[in-house]
Write a protein that binds this ligand. Sequence first.
Ligand code: 6PG
Length: 235
Amino acid sequence: MKTKTFDDKEALARYFGDYLVQKVQKNEQLNVALSGGSTPKVIFDLLSKEYSDAIDWRKLRFFWGDERCVPPDDEESNYNMTRLHLFDHVPVPAENIFRIKGELPPDEARDSYADIIDKELPKRNKVPVFDLMILGMGDDGHTASIFPHEIGLWNSDNLCEVATHPTSGQKRVTLTGKVINNAAEILFLVTGKEKAPKVAEIIKEKGTYKSHPAALVNRDKSLWLMDKEAAKLIG
Ligand code: 6PG
């Protein structure tokens, strides 16, 4: 497992921007699964401000690792967050955006997204392949929307599953472990001191790390980009 620590979110965002520039230059097309939550906002804002011309956005096809079961204009929507902080500011063709339809009943949203990734992505071992999987991690060690109390969803035979947020009860649609670990490259974007205990357990394979869904992500394919707050207990 590779890790990189940055002084702050802005430095992490710039590293990510440079990384994306290079990947886009080297590839005709890139299928990217985005993470949700708050960490990507700072990164998308910086991409919008400093990388709008540096990246050929027509080469990027955007998907998500998970979505909240809310309408696309809801403040909780990962699609909406990405639109407000990125898509509204850079020239991504509308046909390159494959959102999870959070407005549908959860089972229907899950099935429609499974059909989309099954149809739109190349396969390896009959499983859709993302070129780049971007993940976050919650304070509880969850990733995508696979939470510790539902860690069994990771090993589902399905491409996507319906999940439930442990405290809010909010329904989510999430990719499962077989799709996440089938990605060519996996990038974790993790910031903030509240993440430090789980980060340290997972990276050092200590304590109850096996009960943290983020620990199930393929270590050989993963690069963890963190700010010094999140990395402070790695030692
Ligand atoms: C979501 C995410 C989730 C997120 C973590 C970290 O929809 O919430 O995809 O997995 O990455 O919860 O979220 P923060 O960046 O807000 O801490």
